[in-house]
Design a protein around this ligand. Structure first.
Ligand SMILES: *[C@@H]1O[C@H](CO)[C@@H](O)[C@H](O)[C@H]1NC(C)=O
Ligand SMILES: *[C@@H]1O[C@H](CO)[C@@H](O)[C@H](O)[C@H]1NC(C)=O
Ligand SMILES: *[C@@H]1O[C@H](CO)[C@@H](O)[C@H](O)[C@H]1NC(C)=O
Ligand SMILES: *[C@@H]1O[C@H](CO)[C@@H](O)[C@H](O)[C@H]1NC(C)=O
Ligand SMILES: *[C@@H]1O[C@H](CO)[C@@H](O)[C@H](O)[C@H]1NC(C)=O
Ligand SMILES: *[C@@H]1O[C@H](CO)[C@@H](O)[C@H](O)[C@H]1NC(C)=O
Length: 493
């Protein structure tokens, strides 16, 4: 054996011995992050899991160990929606371990400070970019970018199985799946795939316990009928508009029955069009300049200002994120349109400057164990790279199936979100017909009402978060950590 080959052989041996001693992949350990000077409060790991070798299909994850007791605390998977949105939205703007403080000069990197309300305070958490083509995940074969609900669920399931092979010491921890917005589809479909795997005896066996969905897309009819009563109850449309629409549409708004119904719905559309659909209390910015977002709160009445405030140390993004669908274009079976396809040049009311700057810096990418831009393309909060079909139908059958089998479910809603309004979510959770075991009541953080909750048989909990928009932990970080930790621990919220 030539010497260099022998050396390589020995070093290979050393690597495999090392991986026997410590089961976690030490080469995935994140040692530093540009913008952060302190010590990490827990171990962070990141990298790719290849789910299809032939295609070169790689899903990116960032894994944060619990800052409390990673051996005992639950392990949670987090997914942002879109479809097409990166789970770095959750990491950067919602419940990740850091708060990102924008850099002083335009174009300079943000400073990272510890987030006192990180969900890693009470759980280990995996942020997964899914499907391939989203965030830092990619495939060498672009045909993979044509996908849908069912393929995404089976890919994410493959990811989990391979991830647990890399991190076998977490197989004993309680495992939960969570996400928001279009992840209202990802979460139940992936949960179903995981349960099927468990029943089919697939190894490794995942210790799956339940799931969480925030302002989640669920059902065309329930979600499509949610907006009119929401707008009426919130005082956004008049009694006359509401009653007139109700009569013309015969109480069903998702699929207008005739032209007079359509006309009434257009009136409402016109009335609501300048609101920020992700939080009716926040202003909406259509301009591209960042200067137009600075003094947003001053334009609001003071009562609104208080409601919109957050105890997150950094301001909530002024233009809210999300690629959902505008009014009357709710998610239907089939192709899910992108904003450009709907005639909007970009996602309305959205600001992703800090994350975009940070995740497109090559030094940051290298620290994150992500491929450079030349491989993945630029990181975007929500991408149009993928061609996505909604092919799993209504989620209600999934929720029934999972909860009947004893998996716990927490369904939460920021109550000022107009994108997936709580009215639809409350209606479909109630429609499951489970016995109410914890009647509607306020829940509290620091002796203040933080929202309302109703508990059902089968461990199904519906919960609202008072004064929050679409991305609950961004608006109400303290409250979000409170309900998250209580629910995970199986305590009353
Ligand atoms: C972090 O370190 C860099 C480089 O040493 C320094 O410029 C910066 O001021 C430090 N930031 C904090 C918050 O200490
Ligand atoms: C990409 O995948 C498709 C479907 O499996 C296959 O037909 C095609 O040959 C692949 N393309 C390349 C360049 O490998
Ligand atoms: C319910 O879940 C089980 C296990 O995953 C599956 O075999 C069954 O087909 C599901 N039933 C329905 C109606 O979805
Ligand atoms: C539309 O349907 C509603 C409810 O049935 C009815 O009151 C209304 O007259 C209809 N309008 C037209 C133009 O058909
Ligand atoms: C109006 O709704 C009622 C009750 O949902 C239904 O019985 C009736 O057929 C509907 N009428 C029309 C014209 O759609
Ligand atoms: C609900 O979940 C809790 C916590 O995991 C568990 O102790 C309890 O048995 C479950 N109840 C039902 C009705 O499944």
């Amino acid at each position: 054996m030539a010497l260099p080959t022998l050396l390589r052989f020995i070093s290979l041996l050393l690597v495999s011995t090392a991986s026997l001693i410590s089961a976690v992949p030490e080469d995935a350990l994140v040692s530093h992050l540009p913008g952060f000077n302190g010590t990490f409060p827990s171990k962070h790991y990141a990298g790719y899991v290849t789910i299809d070798k032939n295609h070169g299909k790689n899903l990116y994850y960032y894994f944060v160990e619990s800052e409390r007791n990673p051996e005992k605390d639950p392990l949670v998977l987090w997914l942002n929606g879109g479809p097409g949105c990166s789970s770095f939205d959750g990491f950067v703007y919602e419940h990740g371990p850091f708060n990102f403080k924008p850099g002083g000069k335009a174009g300079s990197l943000p400073e990272l400070l510890l987030n006192p309300y990180s969900w890693s305070k009470v759980s280990s958490i995996i942020y997964l970019d899914s499907p391939a083509g989203v965030g830092l995940s990619y495939s060498a074969n672009k045909s993979d970018y044509i996908t849908g609900d069912l393929k995404t669920a089976s890919d994410s399931h493959q990811f989990l199985l391979k991830w647990f092979e890399l991190y076998p010491e977490f197989l004993g921890n309680q495992f939960y799946i969570s996400g928001e917005s279009y992840a209202g589809v990802y979460v139940p479909t992936l949960s179903a795939a995981v349960v099927e795997g468990i029943k089919g005896g697939i190894n490794p066996k995942i210790n799956f316990k339940g799931y969480m969905v925030g302002n989640g897309v669920t059902d065309t009819v329930y979600d499509g009928n949610a907006l009119v009563p929401f707008a009426h109850g919130m005082g956004l449309i008049s009694d006359d508009m509401f009653q007139g629409t109700n009569v013309a549409c015969n109480g069903s708004y998702w699929n207008p029955i005739n032209t007079s119904c359509e006309e009434k719905l257009s009136e409402i559309d016109l009335d609501l069009q300048d609101l920020n659909i992700y939080d009716i209390l926040e202003p909406c910015y259509y301009g591209s300049a960042s200067s137009d977002v600075v003094s947003h709160k001053s334009k609001l009445p003071s009562s609104f200002r208080r409601l919109g405030e957050t105890d997150r140390p950094l301001p909530v993004r002024k233009r809210m994120f999300g690629r959902a669908w505008p009014l009357w274009a709710q998610v239907m079976e089939g192709h899910v349109p992108t904003w450009p396809e709907l005639g909007s040049p970009s996602v309305p009311c959205m600001n992703d400057e800090v994350a975009t700057l940070w995740l497109n810096n090559e030094e940051v990418r290298s620290a994150l164990h992500a491929q450079p831009k030349s491989v993945t393309g630029p990181w975007e909060l929500c991408t149009d790279n993928i061609d996505f079909s909604h092919d799993a139908g209504s989620m209600i059958k999934y929720h029934k199936n999972l909860t009947v089998q004893g998996y716990r479910a927490l369904i939460f809603s920021g109550d000022h979100d107009m994108c997936v309004p709580f009215t639809g979510t409350q209606a479909w959770t109630r429609s499951l017909g489970y016995k109410i075991t914890d009647p509607w009541r306020p829940w509290y953080v620091a002796e203040q009402v933080s929202g309302f909750t109703q508990g059902y048989d089968k461990n199904l909990t519906f919960l609202t978060v008072k004064g929050s928009g679409h991305t609950v932990p961004e608006y109400k970080p303290q409250e979000a950590l409170a309900f998250y930790s209580r629910w995970l621990a199986g305590l009353a919220i």
